[in-house]
Design a protein around this ligand. Structure first.
Ligand code: FES
Length: 102
């Protein structure tokens, strides 16, 4: 595992996701209620880019942009079928920097 500085805090608008490259991983990073969350940028259903998903349920759930599957933003687990899960990543801020561990 390695830490990657993927951008600045202001690069990701509140309530939105953006895709970043961290080594070989493409990761969707979201800002929700002032906190950052990260998951693989590939839906486990048919591979949609999760960074384009909408945040719902008070910003705790991300819905896939293609077929609307819902995933817990913190755990990456499907909200209605816990056998489906998107890999999540640790993300933190240090000053103005957003740092992802991948
Ligand atoms: S590709 Fe995500 S729900 Fe189908």
């Amino acid at each position: 595992m390695k830490e990657y500085v993927i951008g600045k805090v202001g690069d990701i608008p509140e309530g939105k996701g953006r895709a970043f490259q961290a080594g070989r991983a493409t990761v969707a990073v979201f800002k929700s209620n002032g906190k950052f969350y990260a998951m693989a940028n590939r839906c486990v259903h048919k591979g949609a880019s999760m960074c384009d998903g909408d945040l719902t349920n008070g910003g705790t759930v991300v819905r896939c942009p293609w077929h609307n599957w819902a995933f817990d933003l913190t755990t990456g687990v499907h909200c209605y079928d816990d056998s489906e899960k998107i890999r999540t990543y640790e993300v933190k801020t240090e000053g103005d920097q957003v740092i992802l561990t991948a």
